[in-house]
Design a protein around this ligand. Structure first.
Ligand code: UDP
Ligand code: MG
Length: 312
């Protein structure tokens, strides 16, 4: 098998068949074999029903993995990587925002240029609002400043890569998966290819601002320990400020004879220090929580059903 297309699907009932047709059209006459690995991420609609039909028809080799509940896109990609048998593997969304024709182009690049291991698509024009794009820009500058791995702001997880890269991705068994960071962490030489994201074929995006915010925090905590150091810096700065204030108060009393203004200062300091202590405990708590979850060593996903096909 030359190519595996790994497709996470969450409530994509209206899209899966159109997606398969688009793939068949895009790869007609390509001269190599390919398979589609659909991962149904616990959809609540007819996604699995429709995938079953595609699997029964086998218009092209189709594998279906069905999760026991919604585990998230990252888990779906992991499951897809585990079940794909291609020499090249491609991660692509089910909603046709990312065209399968581009995957064909990516395969040609990998064939022609053995020096590249990954071809990653990045969006040349983003059709999103100003606030969201400012938020994303801010996130990338923070994570690139805090973390050793460097992320490219406009790159998505729409990628095609060699099997060796897939093996490396699978060797990172962390429970909280942040694929942009994982790709940056495993390295390999990457060729960046511009693409324009299409409008969603049907259905709605599964992302909202709260989910994006949580995803951003996961990314920072998963790939940097710099926030922990913040506590040390904050502690040092406060101690220094307290020393300076002590000298000022003593001088005021000795030289100018001013009485020390008590009440307001104490209230402000208690609130300030209390707030900072809670902030630091919160940061430590985030990391302890991650350690706790990882230490339970739970599987990244649970597959309820796997529909394979027999290779002739
Ligand atoms: N997806 C998934 N599990 C989820 C959320 C999304 O498998 O919990 C899939 C979804 O079906 C789609 C892809 O991930 O194929 C990208 O999702 P979406 O289109 O909502 O994201 P966007 O394109 O808006 O970034
Ligand atoms: Mg989409």
């Amino acid at each position: 098998m030359k190519l595996s297309l790994i497709v996470p699907c969450y409530n994509e009932a209206e899209n899966v068949e159109a997606f398969q047709n688009a793939v068949i059209a895009a790869f007609s006459g390509c001269g190599y074999d390919y398979e589609i690995v659909f991962v149904d991420d616990g959809s609540g609609d007819a996604t699995f029903h429709n995938l079953k039909k595609l699997h029964a028809a086998q218009a092209c080799p189709v594998k279906v993995i069905r999760f026991s509940r919604n585990f998230g896109k990252e888990a779906a990609l992991y499951a897809g990587l585990q079940h794909a048998s291609g020499e090249y593997l491609s991660l692509i969304d089910a909603d046709l925002q990312q065209r399968p024709e581009i995957v064909r182009e990516m395969v040609e690049i990998l064939d022609r240029q053995p020096e590249y291991d990954i071809v990653a698509a990045y969006q040349d024009r983003r059709g999103e609002g100003k606030i969201l794009s400012a938020f994303k820009k801010c996130f990338y500058s923070v994570i690139n400043c805090l973390s050793k791995v460097k992320l490219r702001p406009d790159a998505s997880d729409f990628r095609t890569f060699r099997r060796s890269v897939a093996e490396s991705l699978l060797s990172l068994g962390e429970y909280h998966r942040f694929s942009k960071g994982i790709f940056a962490w495993v390295g390999y030489s990457t060729c960046f290819l511009p693409y324009t994201a299409q409008a969603r074929a049907a259905g709605t995006s599964k992302w909202n601002f709260r989910k994006l915010m949580n995803y951003a925090l996961e990314g920072i905590i998963g790939f940097s320990t710099a926030p922990l150091r913040l506590a040390t810096y904050l502690g040092c700065c406060t101690a220094l400020a307290a020393m300076i204030y002590l000298v000022v108060v003593v001088l005021q009393k000795l030289i100018a004879g001013i009485d020390i203004p008590g009440y307001a200062t104490i209230i402000v300091l208690i609130l300030f220090l209390g707030g900072m202590q809670l902030l630091c405990i919160g940061i430590i708590g985030e990391y302890v929580g991650k350690i706790f979850e990882q230490s339970k060593d739970r599987p990244i996903y649970i597959a309820k059903e796997v529909l394979d096909y027999k290779e002739e």
